[in-house]
Design a protein around this ligand. Structure first.
Ligand SMILES: Cc1ncc(COP(=O)(O)O)c(C=O)c1O
Length: 379
């Protein structure tokens, strides 16, 4: 047989998979594993959103829809962005995709040529690099300051004549850190001085605890060069709905649209009606979930500090990022094998020496997990 694609062969499977497969195997064997390795809210999608989707199904919204999304959703997103994110957005600057992940992939395909360099700020979520690779680009990594989790001028040293784009994710998965105004301005200046595109993944924007969220596209001329990524998975607990979106200049959206038309066609029609209800409906549900995450965050950070762990500033998302002494893979293995707590080693995110704990679990489970980690230790 002729060999399969070299491009896909070069993509390494996520390092998170090994631990999570082992955790699942242990659970199948009847072991009570507490999973703090999951990147999804433990809440159900709010009822009014589910009802809107069911209504849509019952009135026959089961057919193909416009590829970029139903007009009602495109308008709702453009109103949300213009009203909340401090930059102007028209409906033709929006594309609804099958999850933020799909929007990220389409954005990379739309912008990159083979050999274009993409700056990735690490620690970074696992899917940016494969998306860049699939689009033919080359990743150049830059580690944020591992005390403050902010940026400084050393970022400028990574720029070459081939740099085309920078990927920004604030609030961050995995660190939970939120970039302050200084870091965001530094990125904006870099993009303006070197004529770069930016992809700003703001999927955790609603989950911030004190520090305000800043949209990159709201700074200077950034709206003309930024693909803002967002979605419904985290803010509205809609992970399985597979709905996300990108907001960008129309020329970029048109290119993304071609990728979408010839691959997934569109996001699911009736699911998009649920998303309209999410954006147009009462936002109390978002605040309730955020407040519950905050309660757990305060608890888990206090416990980790009591155990002597250093952590990244947990200002956003639902992750505690914990510094460990020694091999993070080995320590995460010990927590799993001996403590029956599944956590994600930082190496998966280009941050060896750290472990990510998701606090998207009930308080009872978090309490139990903290006890188990205390018992098996790590540092
Ligand atoms: C930073 C970040 N971006 C994007 C996604 C993907 O979100 P979606 O479920 O909308 O594809 C995730 C999911 O874990 C994420 O953590």
């Amino acid at each position: 047989m002729k060999p399969l694609s070299k491009k896909v062969a070069a993509i390494v499977p996520s390092a998170t998979i090994e631990i999570s497969n082992r955790a699942k195997k242990m659970q199948r064997e009847g072991i009570d594993v507490i999973s703090l390795s999951i990147g999804e809210p433990d809440f159900d999608t709010p009822k009014h959103i589910r009802d809107a989707c069911i209504d849509a199904l019952n009135r026959g919204e089961t057919h193909y829809a416009p590829s970029n999304g139903i007009p009602e959703l495109l308008s709702a997103i453009s109103e949300k962005i213009t009203g909340e994110n401090n930059f102007s957005c028209k409906p033709d600057q929006v594309i609804v995709a099958c999850g933020a992940k799909d929007a990220i992939y389409e954005g990379m395909e739309a912008v990159l040529n083979p050999g274009d360099e993409v700056l990735l700020l690490t620690p970074a979520w696992v899917s940016y690099e494969p998306c860049v690779q699939m689009a033919g680009g080359k990743i150049v990594k830059h580690a944020v300051n591992q005390k403050t989790f902010q940026l400084d001028d050393s970022l400028l040293e990574r720029v070459t004549t081939s740099t085309k784009m920078i990927v920004v994710n604030s609030p961050s998965n995995p660190s939970g850190a939120v970039f302050d105004k200084k870091s965001m301005n530094l990125i904006a200046d870099l993009c303006q001085d070197h004529d770069l595109y930016a992809m700003s993944d703001e999927i955790y924007e609603k989950l911030v605890y004190g520090k305000g969220h800043i949209s990159l596209a709201s700074i200077g001329d950034m709206a003309h060069r930024t693909i803002t990524i967002n979605g419904f998975s985290k803010a509205y607990a809609m992970t399985g709905w597979r709905l996300g979106y990108a907001v960008a200049p129309k020329e970029i959206i048109n290119e993304m649209s071609k990728v979408q038309q010839h691959s997934v066609s569109q996001a699911t029609t009736f699911a998009m009606w649920g998303a309209v209800a999410a954006l147009k409906g009462d936002q109390h549900c978002v605040e309730e979930m955020r407040a519950e995450f905050d309660r757990r965050r305060i608890y888990i950070m206090k416990e980790l500090s009591r155990m002597g762990y250093e952590t990244a500033p947990a200002d956003g998302a639902f992750y505690a990022f914990v510094k460990v002494e020694g091999d993070d893979m080995a320590i995460a293995s010990r927590w799993l094998e001996k403590g029956h707590v599944a956590a994600t080693p930082g190496s998966a995110f280009d941050a060896p020496g750290w472990i990510r704990l998701s606090y998207a679990a009930s308080m009872d489970r978090l309490r139990e997990a903290m006890e188990r980690i205390r018992d098996v230790g790590g540092n």
